[in-house]
Design a protein. Structure first.
Length: 318
């Protein structure tokens, strides 16, 4: 039986070390967008409500009389690749944009940052779209059932075959979810912690109670929607809609929001920002981005390879 030479062995070791640190199966929507409360793949047009966290747009951001928190990519309140136009209201942290038009009546906590934040709009936007598609490819594990034929709008969430799972996936149309006026659950909350709803088609949600989702880590994935509207509703979870214009008024979204475009008068907070979660089958579709520590291990391994090469050459010359 042949043995591996030291050089290939060291190369394999360095590669294995790097691969071993990858967070397989981890879905981290908040981390994907730098912990922004709202990320738009194009523009953001704000109304007269507040945002608890930071906002980021691969385009222009405009608004007035809107209080914006902080926490995106560190201490940023606003990051825009294009123009940031704003008057009135308060901006709690740093802001950065391609150009700015800030009204004199705006309360600023900091002057514009002197350097661009450490992020890539192109990469983040691409990863958001890929993530949505990868989540949509997950097989359903739970059921949304009408258990009473006389109450067709009363829907109960149940676990599917095999019993309760830590992550339950529900696949349904956006219109079917919108028709629910009484959402119930028989899920075992001691086992199930995360609920993912894969929703197809455009959405127009309003006057819907979501109390049954309290206490869970919730994500609504609108994979193919081009229009998502929330009116007079409290959305208890995060929203991923990379192809949709999100609009609406008189409502709240309590989580991370990723939109194709934002043109809404809705209050945002990240009290239910989607927590990083192991989701079986997810990493097979979306490769995790290596962390700095991964690169360090890989470089260390390559350094060992270089040392071995030099040592071999020195022996040959001796």
């Amino acid at each position: 039986m042949k043995t591996l030479s030291k050089l290939p062995a060291l190369l394999i070791l360095s590669t294995a070390l790097a691969a071993g640190t990858a967070q397989a199966d981890v879905l981290d929507l908040s981390g994907l967008v730098g912990k922004a409360n709202l990320y738009s793949l194009s523009n953001i047009s704000l109304g007269n409500n507040s945002v608890a966290g930071g906002i980021v747009a691969n385009g222009n951001i405009s608004g007035s009389s809107y209080n914006i928190g902080t926490g995106a990519y560190g201490n940023y309140s606003v990051i825009a690749s294009g123009k940031f136009s704003y008057s009135g209201g308060q901006i709690a942290g740093d802001y950065y944009a391609g150009s700015t038009n800030i009204g004199a009546n705006t309360n600023l906590a900091h002057t514009p940052s002197s350097a661009a934040p450490a992020m890539s709009f192109a990469t983040t936007s691409s990863n958001a779209a890929k993530t949505s598609s990868a989540i949509a490819a997950l097989s359903a594990t739970g059921n949304a059932q009408v258990l009473d034929q006389y109450s067709p709008n009363k829907v109960t969430l149940t676990s599917g075959a095999g019993g309760a799972k830590s992550v339950e996936v529900f696949n349904m149309t956006s219109s079917a979810f919108a028709s629910i006026n009484n959402l119930q659950s028989t899920l075992d909350s001691s086992v199930t912690k995360t609920l993912i709803f894969n929703l197809t088609g455009n959405a127009n949600w309003g006057n819907m109670g979501m109390d049954a989702l309290n206490g869970y880590n919730v994500l609504f994935n609108f994979v193919d929607a081009t229009s998502v509207n929330f009116n007079s509703i409290a959305v208890l979870g995060s929203v991923l809609a990379p192809n949709a214009v999100i609009g609406g008024s008189s409502g709240n979204i309590h989580g991370t929001v990723v939109a194709g475009d934002w043109n809404a008068n809705l209050t945002l907070d990240n009290s239910k920002a989607f927590a990083a979660t192991d989701v079986t089958g997810f990493a097979a579709a979306v490769s995790p981005v290596p962390e700095p520590g991964t690169y360090a291990m890989l470089l260390a391994g390559l350094g060992l390879v270089g040392f071995a090469v030099r040592r071999r050459k020195n022996k040959a010359a001796a």
